[in-house]
Design a protein around this ligand. Structure first.
Ligand SMILES: C[S@@+](CC[C@H](N)C(=O)[O-])C[C@H]1O[C@@H](n2cnc3c(N)ncnc32)[C@H](O)[C@@H]1O
Length: 285
């Protein structure tokens, strides 16, 4: 089922916290956070609506979105546990700073004692940290590579740790139309293939947005999500935009074998073989 314009928007957390932090603009003009006001409002609206207790963020960058999420959770005023995972220890747009530096500043200089806990897991892939984070996750923001296999690998990895009814917010669900990267379709593909209740708010009144179809969306998992997870595994058969390192592909393979039947792991193994052939070997034969 798809629910249009059903998510309340909450612009307040971003407007509260960002002016208290130094602004960051990279040499090539990217600002922190990498979300528009509308996208942050959709994310914070979902947080206010579902009042999560255990939050997982995958893809941190400079951490302005992390700070905005923390503000939204503080505004709710209840205890929470939040984990932020990024494979890069250093902020990928300015390697003189650690990933998440803006959230670290917010924690040290703005929030004081948090009502909940927040922990960074930097320099690691999700399968390397998810057992320590543990189950019962009820809210996810997934925003990493955007190109296949990207976010598809991580959603499959995290699903066994999500609570029934968990909300998964995906950024860049229309990046291949909005940006200059036609391969930016990993979250588009995931959003299409997953069985779940889906939330899309059409953009209106934003002069900076070219289209009404938003670049952020969410879904709520239910008992059918895990039953139909083969549809998400099957998206991995699409041609990938990049080949992860052998070590990375292996981490996910070992993790999937712990949680999924061998038929699904075999689809992932075939996807690796086909993409290895087409992205690497084919150019030598
Ligand atoms: C687009 S940025 C995230 C933007 C951020 N969510 C925001 O709103 O400002 C993508 C981040 O994902 C990280 N990343 C890329 N692949 C990853 C992976 N497999 N697991 C965890 N983080 C990853 C990158 O290092 C980068 O910091």
């Amino acid at each position: 089922m798809i629910r249009l314009n059903a998510m309340p928007l909450d612009f307040e957390p971003r407007r509260k916290i960002l002016p208290k932090l130094p602004s960051f603009v990279s040499k090539d003009g990217y600002r922190e956070p990498e979300m528009s006001e509308f996208e942050s409002a959709f994310l914070c609206g979902a947080i206010k609506q579902f009042r999560p207790k255990k939050i997982l963020e995958v893809g941190v960058a400079g951490g302005a979105t992390t700070a905005i999420i923390l503000q939204a959770l503080e505004d709710i005023g209840e205890p929470y546990e939040m984990h932020s995972v990024d494979v890069a220890e250093k902020f990928y747009r300015d390697k003189t700073k650690p990933s998440g530096f803006m959230a670290t500043l917010a924690k040290e200089k703005v929030f004081g004692n948090l009502r909940g806990t927040h922990e960074f897991h930097l320099g690691k892939y999700l399968p390397q940290v998810i057992d320590n984070i543990g189950g019962d996750i009820d809210f996810v923001i997934l925003d990493t590579v955007h190109s296949l296999p990207g976010e598809v690998l991580d959603f499959i990895a995290m699903l066994p740790y999500l609570k029934d009814g968990a909300i998964v917010v995906l950024h860049d669900v229309a990046l291949n139309q909005y940006g200059t990267n036609p391969n930016g379709n990993a979250t588009t593909v995931l959003f299409s293939a997953v069985t779940a209740n889906k939330f899309l708010n059409l953009v209106s009144g934003d002069v900076n947005s070219k289209f009404q179809y938003p670049n952020i969306a969410a879904f709520q998992i239910n008992e059918h999500t895990a039953q139909n997870i083969e549809n998400v595994f099957l998206t991995l058969i699409l041609r990938w935009s990049y080949l992860p390192s052998q070590g990375e592909m292996n981490l996910y393979f070992v993790h999937y074998r712990k949680h999924y039947p061998k038929e699904l792991c075999a689809i992932y193994a075939e996807a690796i073989k086909m993409n290895l052939y087409n992205l690497v070997i084919a150019s030598y034969v």
